[in-house]
Design a binder for this molecule. Structure first.
Ligand SMILES: *Cc1c(COP(=O)(O)O)cnc(C)c1O
Length: 469
């Protein structure tokens, strides 16, 4: 399988070549030339597989240049009960109104990002080993991505992580998760500023091409294609867990920010998984909801992005959305290039005609949730089912309940555990969220972090010194 760019300007490349790539050279995102098509007999054969077996069957269709025995080894080391808490890896539970919750947050950092990031850590180590290269990951996080990346890369050969976070702005739990890691290849840098200042420093370093090449600087952001592929697996697994036969259909409801998670659902549906609808749930930052309701895409600047109680969705420029738009415009790279030129000029675009024409082909609908909705949903699910859900998952449940059709099986994706967002849980329920085993006393562990002003030169000097040791 070869990969092309959504903007039409990249020579087809193999999986291993795009694995370490951020944006394509033309500014677009990598996608396969076509999606593999899954037959009914394949689907029947897959129903009884374990998570790791299923992951191997799906990922081998995309990672065709990794020898199968090696891929099998990587996947079976990744998806284990030891890392994800149970043999099921992604169990489901049913609420009393019939909604199905697909648990994706039982990995080391208690958010769904572990599902893909754990695989990425093992894939990076493998491919770097083959190429005889090393990689220094420089990232910025407001919480979940940074911890998922650090837990995936800790102790890995040939990889170091330098993670910037806004000083004092993450929750005490999130801070403790990251800063308590003592691994020699993990480096936490707290920046006196906001998340955007951290992001600006990453961009400044990326744009220093000489520095980037000299120190093999790379990223692990959500546009990474391998992360999307890893997420395709749990849509298949979630479908099998929520149904008893391949004659049934389900819909998925997905709390969305960067459109990475639901992009994997779109790909699973295009591969032939029996998905009725894909329901996009946003918080107050509702750019995606506006698009799926009206066809108008109007990304906003930071000044118009709200800080909410589902903070991992406080995004107004959904980077992975470009992959869906490429399919929506009939895989026309020149058209996507023109649309994003309008986005960069601050104009946005209107695809209402295309969206209406292709409604059945893609099956997207959407809704949004507010702080009050979130609190009400957390309370209702606790009162009726005795289950405490996190704030992002609550946004999904709210929208699923609103949009569900008679007879429709809706699977809501759990994107984090409530222990990560204790303040809002206390506001809703007047008590602390449950804490999974093994996290007691986390905040009391010694922490390793350096604090810098928002200055790219300081960060570069720190990277240089650290790598010289
Ligand atoms: C990252 C994240 C999301 C948003 O996922 P996208 O792939 O960016 O749409 C939702 N909830 C939680 C808890 C997250 O960490």
């Amino acid at each position: 399988m070869k990969y092309i760019s959504t903007r039409g300007g990249m020579q087809p490349q193999s999986f291993s070549d795009i694995l370490l790539m951020g944006l394509a050279p033309d500014g677009g995102l990598a996608l396969p030339e076509s999606y593999p098509q899954i037959s009914r007999s394949q689907l029947d054969a897959w129903r009884g597989l374990s998570y790791a077996e299923l992951a191997f069957e799906i990922i081998r269709l995309f990672a065709t240049d990794i020898p199968e025995a090696d891929l099998k080894d990587i996947v079976s080391r990744t998806y284990t009960a030891a890392v994800f808490g149970s043999e099921a890896i992604t169990p489901v539970k049913r609420l009393s109104d019939g909604l199905v919750i697909l648990e994706l947050s039982n990995g080391p950092t208690l958010a769904f990002k572990d599902m893909a990031m754990q695989l990425l850590g093992n894939l990076f180590e493998y491919v770097l080993g083959k190429k005889g290269q090393s990689l220094n990951i420089l990232g910025a996080t407001s919480g979940d991505t940074g911890s998922a990346a650090e837990y995936a890369m800790r102790g890995k050969q040939g990889i170091s992580v330098f993670m910037l976070s806004p000083d004092g702005l993450m929750s005490p739990f999130q801070r403790a998760q990251m800063f308590s890691l003592q691994d020699a290849n993990i480096h936490n840098i707290a920046i006196k500023g906001m998340f955007d200042d951290c992001q600006d420093i990453v961009k400044a370093v990326q744009n220093d091409h000489a520095f980037k090449a000299k120190y093999q600087i790379g990223t692990v952001n959500s546009i990474n294609w391998a992360r999307v592929v890893a997420q395709v697996v749990y849509y298949f697994k979630g479908y099998f867990n929520a149904t008893s036969s391949n004659d049934e259909q389900v819909s998925f409801c997905v709390p969305s920010g960067n459109f990475g998670n639901v992009c994997a659902g779109h790909i699973a549906r295009q591969m032939g998984l029996p998905v009725q609808r894909l329901i996009v749930a946003t918080n107050e930052n509702d750019v995606l909801d506006e698009f799926f309701r009206t066809g108008a895409y109007r990304p906003r600047g930071t000044a118009n992005t709200y800080v909410t109680s589902s903070p991992s969705m406080d995004i107004s420029k959904a980077s992975n959305f470009e992959r869906f738009v490429f399919d929506l415009v009939g895989r026309d790279g020149a058209a996507v290039k023109a649309l994003w030129a309008d986005v960069d000029a601050g104009k946005g675009f209107d695809l209402s005609a295309k969206l209406a024409e292709a409604a059945d082909k893609f099956g997207f609908v959407s809704g949004k949730s507010s702080h009050a909705d979130r609190l009400a949903t957390i309370r209702a699910v606790d009162a009726t089912d005795g289950v405490v859900v996190d704030t992002h998952t609550a946004d999904g449940i709210k929208v699923a309940r609103e949009l569900r059709l008679p007879g429709e099986t809706v699977v809501c994706l759990e994107t984090a555990l409530p222990a990560k967002f204790a303040d809002t849980i206390r506001e809703a329920l007047d008590r602390d969220p449950p804490r999974p085993a093994g996290f007691d006393g986390l905040e009391d562990l010694p922490q390793k972090v350096v604090v810098f002003d928002a200055d790219a030169a300081k960060v570069k000097a720190f990277v240089e010194q650290t790598l010289a040791q």
